[in-house]
Structures are given as structure tokens and as C-alpha cells.
Design a binder for this molecule. Structure first.
Ligand SMILES: C[S@@+](CC[C@H](N)C(=O)[O-])C[C@H]1O[C@@H](n2cnc3c(N)ncnc32)[C@H](O)[C@@H]1O
Length: 214
């Protein structure tokens, strides 16, 4: 039997890790904790909003969709977001979560501002026609502290996908576009040396954003 199982329940599509006693991964933008953050979000206070430099209608390309939290948060602040995910399983979970959000009167306006593409972002970036205001990258780094600290759903995602390969290549592909703002989100403990100096760095207690402007 395979370790990871994709199942449909009445709540939605979820990914279970049969080796670990833990709630399966179900992406739910209406869940208590996430919704609380959405309601409390204030543009000035939310770190990611400052990193992305958002104004109403800012277009964002999220090249590492994952659980879609950053994309959803940015869309809740008025951004038009295209998110890209290369794992077809994760993309199925995202699609399911987005379709539930579209049917939820409290979330549908936000979900309508999000578009999901399923492919490798490096390929998308090398043929990109419409240039977004900001590109954001949040790959799974190898940092052990981050893995140890990752909570709940992100832990399952890390076990399922492992470390993201091709991070530097992804970063260079983003930097080689005409986009004027590229942002990398990572743990403050991450040691990966990027091939370029950031224009600006926003550092919080656990997360930092390296911002590259042209
Ligand atoms: C740490 S998660 C992102 C979490 C996300 N920011 C959120 O808020 O939920 C990283 C995700 O990026 C995806 N990813 C990594 N490299 C990618 C690439 N080159 N193209 C598309 N997706 C990629 C991985 O499959 C994984 O799902």
C-alpha cells in the first residue's frame, strides 16, 4: 500500500499520511485559524503585503502555490493572483479548496481573484507574456529547523514533497523576466546563499522576505 493516500470525504479532497497519526491534509480557506488571520489582516501590519508592495489590484505571480495560503491572503487584500503548482496532487487539493471557496458567500470574491496553473514555474517564467507587478517564491528549503518547526498541514506537505529542488534556477528564471519586483520568502534560519544581493530584507521572528527590485 502506498504511504500517501488521496481521499474524498464530505468535507473535501484530502491527503493522508498512513505512516503518521495526524489529521489528513485538507486545504480549507474557511478554517477557523486561517479565517481569523484573514479577518484581522491589515495591509500595513501584514508582513507579506509590505514585501509584495501591494496596492489595490496589484498583480502577483505566486510561483510556489503549496497550500495557497499566501495567494489567498494576497487576494483578500485586493491582489489579482496567479498561483502555480507543479505537484499535480497538491494542485488537485488546491482546486478542490478553491471550488469550495467559490461557493462560500464570504470567500467567493477572494477566490475569484485567484487563478491556478499546474506546471513547473520555471517553464512558465521562460515563456511569460503578461508581466505581473510582483513575483513571489516560497520554496521548501532544506533548513532542518524549518522542517522541525513546520506545523500540521505544512508538515504533511514537507513529508509528501520533500525538499524543493531547483530553487536557484527558479529564482534566476524570475529575475530574468521583466518583472520589477521579485520576493523570496524563507525561514530566518535558512542559509542558502542567493546569487544576487537583495535590495531590501524584511525580517520577522521566524520568516524573512528578500526583496529584489529593478
Ligand atoms: C513551501 S510550499 C509553498 C507554501 C505557500 N506559500 C503557502 O502559502 O501555502 C512550496 C510549494 O512550491 C511548489 N514548487 C516548488 N518549486 C516549484 C516550481 N518550480 N514550480 C511550481 N511549483 C513549485 C512545491 O511543490 C510546494 O507545493
Amino acid at each position: 500500500m502506498s504511504r500517501f493516500v488521496l481521499e474524498q470525504s464530505k468535507e473535501g479532497l484530502h491527503l493522508a499520511d498512513t505512516f503518521v497519526r495526524q489529521h489528513p491534509l485538507l486545504i480549507d480557506f474557511s478554517s477557523g485559524q486561517f479565517n481569523h488571520r484573514l479577518r484581522k489582516v491589515a495591509i500595513k501590519r501584514e508582513f507579506i503585503a509590505r514585501a509584495v508592495g501591494i496596492k489595490q489590484g496589484t498583480t502577483v505571480l505566486d510561483c510556489t502555490a503549496g497550500l495557497g495560503r499566501d495567494a489567498f491572503l494576497l487576494a483578500s487584500l485586493g491582489c489579482q493572483v496567479t498561483m502555480i503548482e507543479r505537484s499535480t496532487v497538491v494542485a488537485l487539493l488546491l482546486e478542490d479548496a478553491l471550488s469550495r471557496a467559490l461557493r462560500d458567500p464570504d470567500l467567493s470574491d477572494i477566490a475569484m481573484r485567484i487563478n491556478l496553473l499546474v506546471l513547473d514555474s520555471r517553464r512558465y517564467l521562460s515563456n511569460m507574456i503578461e508581466v505581473p507587478d510582483t513575483i513571489i517564491l516560497d520554496p521548501m528549503f532544506s533548513d532542518r529547523k524549518k522542517s522541525a518547526n513546520a506545523k500540521g498541514e505544512m508538515q504533511i506537505l514537507q513529508r509528501f514533497l520533500g525538499r524543493d529542488m531547483g530553487i536557484i534556477e527558479l529564482f534566476e528564471s524570475a529575475m530574468n523576466t521583466q518583472c520589477r519586483r521579485v520576493v523570496i520568502k524563507r525561514s530566518v534560519h535558512d542559509k542558502l546563499k542567493l546569487p544576487r544581493e537583495a535590495t531590501n530584507v524584511l525580517t520577522g521572528s521566524s520568516i524573512r522576505f528578500d526583496i529584489f527590485l529593478r
